[in-house]
Design a protein around this ligand. Structure first.
Ligand code: CMP
Length: 138
């Protein structure tokens, strides 16, 4: 079993589709072993997305991620990182496969409904960023 980290983003919490997204996650065999709704501060969003600091979309991304609450999650299954990336679909919903979260629900490349870790190493870092061990119940 392995874990990945997920964020249900502001465009999705705002439209009340957290449950619809969780259904796609669970239907894919991923177990939601931790979940909480939070409002990201500017500091937290800037830290979390630190690798994108030099990108032209960085300021917009931080404004967007702090605009509404998000739901942060830990997901578990075999090969959780890869399984969740497949369920999410491509970053830009225009390129996402049918049936993926982003194809079904994302609005555009920024308001793309979900975030998922891109590697096992980053999953560990991102999970530690938001959750304590005793908050994760498998
Ligand atoms: P995420 O997987 O969370 O990683 C970085 C986020 O930046 C991405 O999803 C989008 O929400 C946002 N973003 C905005 N513009 C772009 C872009 N041109 N390329 C990649 N990500 C973008």
């Amino acid at each position: 079993m392995s874990k990945t980290f997920s964020i249900i983003k502001p465009d999705a919490t705002k439209r009340n589709i957290t449950g619809s997204i969780n259904k796609l996650i669970e239907d894919a065999g991923l177990r939601i072993v931790a979940q909480k709704r939070i409002k990201m501060s500017k500091d937290l969003a800037e830290n979390f997305y630190g690798v994108h600091k030099e990108k032209p979309f960085f300021n917009d991304l931080v404004d967007y991620m702090t605009s509404e609450p998000v739901v942060v999650q830990v997901l578990e299954c075999e090969n959780a990182v890869q399984v969740y990336r497949k369920v999410m679909g491509a970053t830009d919903p225009k390129n996402a496969d049918k049936g993926t979260i982003r194809k079904e629900y994302a609005l555009n490349i920024q308001e793309n409904s979900v975030h998922g870790s891109d590697s096992e190493d980053n999953a560990k870092i991102e999970i530690d960023f938001f959750f304590k061990d005793n908050e994760i119940v498998g």
